[in-house]
Write a protein that binds this ligand. Structure first.
Ligand SMILES: [Fe+2]
Length: 455
């Protein structure tokens, strides 16, 4: 439901049945939390214990006399308020009045073009509430632009109390910084494998074949693609075609300096679960072809830095869940890709400045595991050449039939699935003609990262 306001903003309210008196009401049982913040808009989402009306006031911070934007809507329990028409790269304050109580926070919009900024990555908090709480306190001190989640926020996505605990711990952080999560296997309902409960708590960027399970957003010259590595509900081929379209668009976009991918299951890992061959075979070649800077995942509960064919892979599953160990029987492929494993609760600080990226892995006690830096001036040009040639190949009459099934899933290949314990994605092969094969081989030349570690 959308209501145009006199100030030009748009209020979206999801109506949920129920009403009652205010005496015992919890106006802010969850949230308010920021979501889907971009250069000119953001969403405030919160849950009330019963149906209540609300009023939202947003203003530019630190400007005396700045006009306030006011939004109001009908009574509801699950409030999803989209605020449009904001100034890019600007700090705003927000205030929500609901059920006789007031909540406040800030909303900082993304800059329109490339600018230095910092974001944070972590995941797999599950039932590790104490380390999760300690990590959130450190992340708040970082004041990141946003938080990128690698999934498994909760133990069982079908249990309401699990989500309540997660949002209780992250309440103060999410009032000021948006969370962009990848959906983990534990975020699904353990009984039905439905993502409905997970989707209820998030209002994520649209425009994908599977809203809120796969999506993309841009922040200050960085394009972030979030995909769903759980099988079953999403045909892997749909994601492959969407991924390649997104990567080509990013390659042609002069404003995009870096591309990151987030998903739950790791391509490579030498820990308990290990790397996922189906994922890396399906998507590894296109990530290499289009110069993806780094892939962030979770699922294995520790930190691991791996590299393969110019792409950095960071396993960041140390958000609170019981820590895993290195697997002495890890595959040779995973071992060959591994740079460093650290068995710790931790988060990643990712700093972007022009063509340079610095990823610092930080333990829950504040000690630094390592810092990885890179800067590759040729990445964007390689990606543009690959995207141009891929489009030319796809447009050729002899290639049209092949292109319709996507380069990584051919007829005869099947998309696999992920359950609570693992997943599989069918398909392999780069596709796209001999020119792309040459480009792929060229892209396999490693442009290594620089790593600093504490003595
Ligand atoms: Fe997982």
């Amino acid at each position: 439901m959308k209501l145009a306001t006199p100030l030009g903003a748009v209020l979206v309210v999801v109506l949920v049945a129920g009403s009652g008196g205010l005496a015992s009401a919890q106006p802010f049982r969850k949230g308010p939390m920021l979501q889907s913040v971009d250069a000119t808009s953001g969403v405030l989402l919160w849950e009330s214990s019963e149906s209540l009306p609300a009023r939202v006031v947003v203003a530019v911070a630190g400007v005396a006399g700045a006009p306030a934007r006011e939004l109001a809507g009908p009574a509801t329990r699950l409030h999803e308020v989209r605020i449009d028409g904001l100034a890019p790269g600007t700090r705003h304050t927000w205030r929500v009045e609901c059920g006789g109580e007031t909540a406040t926070g800030e909303l900082i919009t993304a800059p329109l073009g490339p600018q230095p900024f910092t974001f944070v990555v972590f995941g797999d908090s599950r039932t590790g509430h104490e380390p999760h709480r300690a990590l959130v306190a450190r992340i708040r001190d970082e004041a990141p632009a946003f938080v990128l989640g690698t999934g498994d926020m909760v133990f069982d996505g079908g249990v309401p109390d699990d989500w309540q605990k997660f949002f209780d711990i992250e309440r103060a952080l999410l009032a000021e910084r948006p969370l962009f999560p990848a959906v983990g296997n534990h975020d699904l309902d353990a009984m039905t494998l439905s993502a409905d409960a997970y989707r209820q708590w998030f209002a994520l960027p649209g425009g994908s074949p599977m809203p809120e399970r796969i999506y993309a957003f841009t922040w200050a010259g960085v394009r972030v693609l979030v995909v769903d590595s759980n099988g079953g509900a999403i045909p892997a081929g749909d994601q492959t075609a969407w991924l390649e379209d997104e990567l080509q668009a990013a390659a042609f976009d002069q404003q995009i300096e870096h591309v990151f991918v987030a998903l739950h299951h790791p391509f490579y890992s030498t820990a308990t679960h290990g790397g996922h061959a189906g994922l890396r075979e399906a998507w590894g070649p296109i990530f290499e072809r289009y110069g993806v800077d780094a892939v962030f995942s979770g699922h294995d509960h520790l930190y691991e830095h791996l590299e393969q064919n110019g792409v950095r892979y960071f396993v960041s599953g140390g958000g609170g869940a019981p820590l895993y160990r290195r697997n002495p029987l890890a595959s040779a492929v995973d071992v060959a890709a591994s740079v460093l494993l650290d068995r710790s609760h931790h988060y990643l600080r990712v700093q972007v400045a022009g063509g340079a990226v610095e990823v610092t892995a930080i333990r829950v006690d504040g000690s630094i595991i390592e810092t990885t830096t890179w800067g590759d001036e040729r990445r964007r040009e390689r990606a543009r050449v690959a995207a141009r040639d891929a489009r030319a190949t796809a447009a050729a009459p002899s290639a049209r039939t092949e292109r319709t099934v996507g380069p990584a899933l051919r007829p005869g290949k099947t998309a696999g699935g992920c359950g609570a314990g693992g997943c599989s994605v069918g398909g392999a092969g780069a596709g796209g003609g001999s020119l792309l094969v040459v480009l792929l081989l060229l892209a396999r030349v490693r442009f290594g990262s620089s790593v600093r570690r504490p003595a």
